[in-house]
Design a protein around this ligand. Structure first.
Ligand code: ADP
Ligand code: MG
Length: 261
């Protein structure tokens, strides 16, 4: 089982869209995939058509005493092989409510260990807040995927997220490879092209050499939870996400080889 955390301390950079697109792509390749919504705003949960009232069972229950099991909380989507686990608005105050419960930083990791190999991939759609949920995700992850808008104002958020990933890597003493995915790219703008170049200069091979273009055909998140029409959705945006997945799988394979060596 491989666990990928999709995170950026900035909102609106394509985290949820990336989680859905990569998850669909993995399922299309025949993998068993679980997407976990770790954002109290519940965009991923809503994309699967789950009403927020009554409050669905989900992530919160992994932090209960005793914790529930992932298998009893996850739901099957309409896409074969793609399961998901809901977020709840109350996740926003989880940290405050559980201040005197030690060891909660590893709750997710422990839940995944108990879950075993029921899924081949678990993708974590993180909230832009650096708190208990993000720390849980990074502690458990085999890879940190940072979607980042290809525009100057987003560079700062990218730096912060890379630093956070490196900090977690040092404290847990296990490699946390980083993949930076430029998103919402408009190749007609000079700012977009210059930002892309800056990211590549600064972060080298960690950055995907291509970028996910702005494409209205992927802007409707709920569409991404519907079964594919024919082979897959048409359009440049979806095609770019398929190439991005190829790249990440290649990087992941190399990282696994290094771990084994
Ligand atoms: P985050 O999870 O980081 O907040 P989202 O994935 O929700 O970001 O994306 C923010 C908004 O941008 C959403 O409305 C989404 O549909 C839209 N969006 C994301 N990626 C693209 C894209 N490549 N082209 C067009 N719209 C996009
Ligand atoms: Mg989101």
């Amino acid at each position: 089982m491989r666990i990928w955390a999709i995170a950026n301390q900035k909102g609106g950079v394509g985290k949820t869209t990336t989680t859905l697109s990569l998850g669909r792509g993995l399922a299309a390749r025949g993998h068993k995939v679980l997407l976990i919504d770790l954002d109290p705003h519940s965009s991923l949960t809503r994309a699967f058509g789950v009403p927020l009232e009554p409050v669905p069972q989900g992530v919160q229950e992994l932090f209960a005493t005793p914790p529930h099991e992932i298998a009893s909380l996850s739901r099957a989507s309409d896409i074969p092989g793609l399961d998901y686990l809901c977020a709840q608005a109350s996740l926003a105050t989880l940290e405050r409510r559980s201040a005197n419960q030690p060891g909660l930083g590893l709750a997710l990791q422990q839940a995944f260990a108990r879950h075993g190999d029921r899924h081949d991939y678990i993708l974590l759609d993180c909230a832009p807040t650096l708190g208990l949920l993000m720390i849980n995700a990074l502690a458990a992850a085999d890879r940190l995927i940072i979607p980042t808008q290809a525009e100057p104002l987003a560079l700062h958020g990218l730096e912060g997220m890379v630093r956070t990933g490196e900090m977690v890597e040092r404290s847990r003493k296990r490699a946390l490879p980083i993949s930076v995915l430029p998103t919402l790219f408009d190749r007609r703008t000079r700012a977009g092209n210059e930002t892309l170049k800056q990211m590549q200069d600064r972060h080298g091979a960690r950055v995907w050499e291509d970028a996910i273009p702005v494409d209205t055909r992927i802007s409707h998140a709920a569409g991404l939870t519907q079964p594919m029409q024919g082979d897959d959705y048409p359009g440049r945006g979806h095609a770019a996400y398929r190439r991005a997945l190829e790249w990440i799988l290649g990087e992941d394979g190399r990282a696994l080889e290094q771990e084994a060596a």
